[in-house]
Design a protein around this ligand. Structure first.
Ligand SMILES: CC(C)=CCC/C(C)=C(\C)COP(=O)(O)OP(=O)(O)O
Length: 392
């Protein structure tokens, strides 16, 4: 490796041989391609060694104690296969919640909105899901952005009782993008935009949340959070169109939209909150992205399972996987719930298998990130299953 270019040296620890074997060559070859862009010297040999390591890891034990079958809701449906909860820490939760409510007040939320925010427990969500840091300032990255995303979701997109309407939604989301990803100065047109961005607590919260992320994360981490949010907004607009026309989608089409409106967006923060970075070309390596999408989708399917009653109760019903399946198949909610549980458990098992394969890749950051995704699923389940928001 002595002639290796500096960029290649920076990535050399990913390519260090760690095992033997020949199966799973596809993932290794792809991984080598990712590296090749920066490290011409680290190609075929590294790919073969990586494939070997993957092959060795494919023989992992069938039951991983990091996962469990857990009852949920009122306990009447089949259990969910979820990662175990890695941390509960009430004292830390209180610190983060207090800081979060102070921040929300500074953003302009008042009275009942602040009570709702505290009741929702986004600080608790951060503590349950980001288990590799105890630092309140880092946890606040997740707490602030999740609170801001949820506020936008409730107030702009979902909750008719809070003033959300399908026709006002798209322009509000366009402003939300401007709040998160600052536009350059445009002379006389800047002042009215600034005024609009300062006049709505949701927009102030989104902007401030990104600023907080910017203090601790890299530019790549900030933009990945922004762009996954913007993809999520496309799904919100899609739901808005369905609710406006009253033409609700089949379950497969809803699920296609839901995969970009999921806790994948929350999980873009995993490494920044943890205080490290998965380099962009590894973060977006297809197997890594697939694992992250599986984790995000599984977690949002938990949300759908637990919010059936809440979603069905809105005067313009909110799309929900259980409700879409029940409508498609003309079956009961109970039957549709079982199909949804099966879908969830399949996603988690597929994630688990992918995690096992990817564990053979010699990147400490990637290993930590995959454990972080797993922890997020476990904490996300716990949060939903114990949250008054989802109790009927
Ligand atoms: C990433 C994030 C927190 C996005 C906000 C959108 C959101 C609240 C979800 C993806 C969860 O789904 P849903 O809108 O159905 O949530 P509720 O059931 O209203 O809690």
């Amino acid at each position: 490796m002595t002639d290796t270019a500096p960029a290649a040296q920076a990535t050399a620890d990913w390519t260090t041989p760690t095992g033997l074997g020949t199966s799973a060559a596809r993932i290794a070859a792809r991984f080598a391609q990712v590296l090749t862009a920066a490290a011409p010297a680290a190609t075929d040999a590294a790919a073969a060694d990586t494939a070997a390591a993957i092959a060795a890891s494919a023989d992992a034990p069938v039951h991983d104690p990091a996962y469990a079958l857990r009852p949920w809701g009122d306990g009447s449906a089949s259990p969910l296969y979820v990662p175990v909860v890695e941390r509960t820490d009430d004292a830390l939760v209180e610190v983060v919640e207090d800081l979060l409510v102070g921040w929300a007040r500074d953003c302009g939320f008042r009275g009942g909105e602040l009570d709702q925010l505290r009741g929702a427990g986004f600080g608790r969500l951060a503590v349950l899901t980001h288990t590799d840091t105890d630092d309140p300032e880092h946890l606040l990255i997740a707490a602030k952005l999740n609170a801001a995303w949820w506020a936008a979701d409730d107030l702009y997109a979902d909750d008719s009782g809070m003033g959300a309407t399908p026709t006002a939604l798209p322009p509000k989301l366009a402003l939300a993008m401007a709040a998160m990803d600052p536009v350059p100065d445009v002379g006389e047109f800047t002042a009215p935009l600034e005024e609009a961005l300062r006049s709505d607590p949701v927009l102030v919260a989104l902007r401030s949340g990104v600023e907080h992320l910017t203090r601790y994360g890299t530019p790549a981490q900030v933009q990945r959070a922004c762009y996954s949010t913007f993809a999520m907004f496309v799904s919100w607009n899609t739901y808005g169109a369905w609710r406006y026309t009253g033409e609700y989608p089949p379950a497969w089409e809803y699920l296609a939209a839901r995969q970009h409106d999921s806790f994948y967006t929350s999980m873009t923060l995993v490494d920044a909150v943890g205080g490290y970075e998965v380099p962009a070309n590894l973060y977006y390596e297809p197997r890594v992205r697939r694992a992250a999408i599986q984790a995000g989708t599984a977690s949002v399917v938990v949300n759908d399972l637990l919010s059936v009653a809440k979603d069905a109760a809105d005067e313009t019903p909110v799309c929900n996987m259980v409700l879409q399946i029940a409508a498609d198949r003309q079956c009961s909610v109970r039957e549709a719930t079982e199909v949804t549980v099966e879908l969830h458990n399949r996603l988690v098992r597929d994630f688990e298998a992918g995690h096992r394969e990817l564990s053979a890749l010699p990147s400490p950051e990637l290993h930590r990130f995959l454990r972080g995704l797993r922890a997020w699923m476990g904490g996300g389940f716990e949060w939903h299953n114990t949250n008054p928001r989802y109790r009927t």
